[in-house]
Design a protein around this ligand. Structure first.
Ligand SMILES: [Zn+2]
Length: 207
C-alpha cells in the first residue's frame, strides 16, 4: 500500500466519510503548501496530548492553565443545575445544545449508539460502566431527571431503550424522571445539525 492509499484508508474510517470524499481529502492535502502540511500533521500529533477526556461527562476538552483535575468547564461550573443530566451519543451533540443557550444542566457522552439492526457487540464500546457509576454518584447528590438526546431514528430510539434498561438495573432510580427530546425534533434528524430554535423547543417540549 502506498502512503497515499494508506491515508485514503484512514479518511474512509472517519465518521460520515465515504471513499470518494476520502480521496478528495487526500488529494487536497497534495495541493497544500509544505508549511500547511507540517502544521496539520503537528496538530494531529498533538491532539491527544492537548485534549483530555472529562472524568465526569466524558467529553473531550482542552484543559486551561488554571484548571486542575480532569473535569471540563461545564462539569466544573457551580452554577449548572446538577439535578438534570442529558445523555448524548457524541461530543458534537453537546456543542449543538450549548449553542441553543437554554440548558443549564449537565451532560454525559455515551460514545455511540446501539444500532437496531447489526452487531449487538457495539454496545460493548459504549461508556455504559462510566454512565452507571455517574448515575449512582449523582443520585446521592440530588439527580432528578435524565434526558435522552439521541437522533430521531430507529438507532436513536433503540439507544434510548438500551439506556432505560441500564437505568432500571441501578438501585434507587425508580423516582427518576426520564424524558426524551424526541417530540421537538423531526424524524430522522440528528441533533448535531439541528438549529438552536429547534433544540430550544425540543427541550421545552420534552416528555
Ligand atoms: Zn465534563
Amino acid at each position: 500500500m502506498t502512503p497515499l492509499d494508506k491515508l485514503i484508508a484512514y479518511f474512509e474510517k472517519f465518521p460520515g466519510i465515504g471513499g470518494r470524499q476520502a480521496k478528495r481529502f487526500a488529494f487536497h492535502i497534495l495541493t497544500l503548501k509544505r508549511e500547511q502540511v507540517e502544521e496539520l500533521a503537528g496538530l494531529i500529533t498533538s491532539l491527544q496530548t492537548s485534549v483530555a477526556e472529562c472524568s465526569e461527562c466524558r467529553r473531550f476538552f482542552s484543559p486551561s492553565y488554571k484548571q486542575s483535575g480532569n473535569v471540563c468547564q461545564i462539569c466544573a461550573d457551580e452554577k449548572r443545575d446538577r439535578t438534570k443530566l442529558i445523555i448524548v451519543s457524541r461530543d458534537t451533540d453537546i456543542q449543538a445544545i450549548e449553542r441553543s443557550g437554554v440548558y443549564d444542566g449537565l451532560y454525559f457522552v455515551l460514545g455511540g449508539t446501539v444500532p437496531l439492526l447489526g452487531n449487538p457487540d457495539t454496545s460493548a464500546r459504549l461508556r455504559t460502566p462510566a454512565f452507571r457509576a455517574l448515575i449512582m454518584e449523582r443520585l446521592e447528590n440530588g439527580l432528578a431527571e435524565v434526558i435522552f438526546a439521541f437522533a430521531v431514528n430507529p438507532d436513536g430510539e433503540n439507544t434510548g431503550r438500551y439506556i432505560e434498561n441500564v437505568l432500571c438495573e441501578i438501585p434507587g432510580t425508580s423516582g427518576l424522571k426520564i424524558s426524551a427530546l424526541g417530540r421537538g425534533l423531526s424524524t430522522g434528524s440528528e441533533l448535531e445539525y439541528a438549529d438552536s430554535e429547534t433544540i430550544k423547543s425540543a427541550l421545552k417540549n420534552r416528555s
